[in-house]
Design a protein around this ligand. Structure first.
Ligand code: SPV
Ligand code: MG
Length: 439
């Protein structure tokens, strides 16, 4: 007979945390006071990630951490952030939660709980959330750990194991980094966020008013990475252009590893590099397979950490060399040591990319595939994942959003000889002065 049938009340609360501090213990004590059996759910890794709480502890460790709390009678897995499945299975008399529903995603969760409990007369018990100085310190320490180079570097490989597709957004400054770090959306029952950041050569150069031709030197590119690293924790994928001279490439790999970057992507072009989206409209030269393999191998040889990734980018479709050439190169680059491949296209139709992915996956089931759907932007993440894609990069959208907005405001002020007309389109003064938190 289950405990409900025995009339023992079921009290449920869910934890999505790496540490238990006083705030959590307060919830446990309040839940225990309700009497009955205290069941605590531990949110699974993939849902922690969607909820923008990348787990530091392994799932098993998090289960043990909760099981070790003496008041807890049973620990179960909660494998979706919304409570439908758990409420259906457990039919708890009470769901206990802190009353800190401040963010929109928290509100969505609250609505979901209330809706489900109302169906059978369950009750949501909201405990005043206590956030002591010590609890704040513990949370801050967790965040600091996420930003440490050794931890951050390995996070991309962890993500590749935990999520169906790694959603990567371009960031070219501290501010855009914060947007990628913090933006969370609620869409029906789903909560989502970006997993990683792309330091694009196009955006990094354009932001500095320079063309995307490897003109912005590595020291300057590293400064951009530093700006991002200072204020964010998500893993960084660096656009390494051609990787430069083979003799220099190992040094770049070591610097990036030291900084805590997770991966570099280098493209198989040589000579003056032009942006791929020009395609064959400008002169671009593809490197030989042998040379490019030597470069990959030199990078792998120099690499000191286990988790850094060197990803080889194939320009055959961009340069209209055909699928066969692209596939031959992909397999050769993997043989040379590449930890992943990126296939690029500038067509509006995604078919050539999907054809490549299907053919590559027939021969190679595991090497991660990276794509950049800038021109073929109709395709969704689910469709890409169904064709074996592991990392999707939105390579330039934030910068492209900012430019027309800024230009339009500049025009408005010039036209109106004052700023009033532009003001409605701007962030309020109150928001801009409070946008960045002080620690
Ligand atoms: C970049 O973002 O700099 C890239 C992708 O390399 S693309 O611009 O499409 O070549
Ligand atoms: Mg680039």
């Amino acid at each position: 007979m289950d405990s409900n049938a025995m009339n023992e009340k079921i009290v449920y609360t869910c934890f999505c945390t790496d540490v238990i501090h006083e705030g959590h213990m307060n919830i446990i004590h309040k839940a225990k006071e309700l009497g009955g059996k205290l069941v605590v759910g531990v949110l699974c890794d993939s849902e922690m990630i969607r909820y923008n709480k990348f787990p530091i502890k392994d799932f098993d460790e998090r289960i043990k951490m909760v099981a070790d709390i003496p008041e807890v009678d049973e620990v179960i897995v909660q494998d979706t952030i919304m409570y439908d499945k758990i409420v259906e299975e457990l039919k708890p008399d009470y769901v206990v939660h802190g009353d800190n529903w401040d963010r929109p995603e928290m509100q969505a969760i609250r609505n979901n709980i209330v809706f489900l409990l109302e169906k059978y007369g369950g009750e949501l018990v909201e405990v005043p959330y206590t956030y002591s100085e010590n609890a704040k310190k513990v949370d801050r320490q967790i965040r600091e750990k996420l930003s440490m180079p050794d931890y951050r570097r390995g996070r991309l490989r962890k993500l590749l194991e935990l999520v169906p597709i790694v959603k990567t957004m371009e960031a070219h400054s501290g501010l855009t980094g914060l947007i990628v770090e913090k933006t969370v959306v609620v869409e029906g029952e789903h909560i989502d966020q970006f997993d990683a950041m792309w330091v694009s050569s196009l955006c990094d150069s354009t932001e500095k008013g320079k063309p995307d031709i490897e003109l912005v030197d590595m020291t300057s590119r590293f400064r951009t990475i530093d700006d991002l690293m200072e204020v964010t924790t998500k893993p960084i994928i660096f656009d390494g252009d051609t990787g430069g001279l083979t003799e220099h490439f190992g040094y770049t790999v070591r610097s990036l590893e030291r900084m805590g970057v997770s991966a570099i992507i280098i493209e198989d072009k040589t000579g003056l590099k032009r942006n791929s989206l020009f395609g064959t409209e400008v002169k671009q030269t593809q490197d030989s397979i042998e040379n490019f393999c030597r470069k990959i191998a030199a990078g792998k040889q120099a690499q000191l950490s286990e988790d850094f990734m060197i990803i080889a980018r194939i320009e055959s479709l961009i340069l209209e060399q055909g699928q066969e050439d692209a596939l031959k190169r992909a397999h050769a680059y993997v043989q040379a040591g590449a930890d992943g491949i990126m296939i690029h296209s500038r067509k509006k139709d995604p078919s050539e990319i999907l054809e490549f992915c299907d053919a590559f996956r027939k021969e190679d089931a595991k090497t991660p595939i990276v794509v950049v759907p800038t021109s073929y932007n109709v395709i969704t993440e689910d469709e890409l994942a169904a064709h074996g894609v592991n990392i999707v990069i939105y390579a330039n959208q934030l910068l492209r959003a900012a430019f027309p907005a800024m230009e339009s405001v500049a025009r408005s002020i010039l036209t109106n000889h004052r700023a009033k007309e532009a003001d409605d389109t701007l962030l309020s003064i109150k928001k801009i002065i409070t946008l960045i938190d002080e620690i």
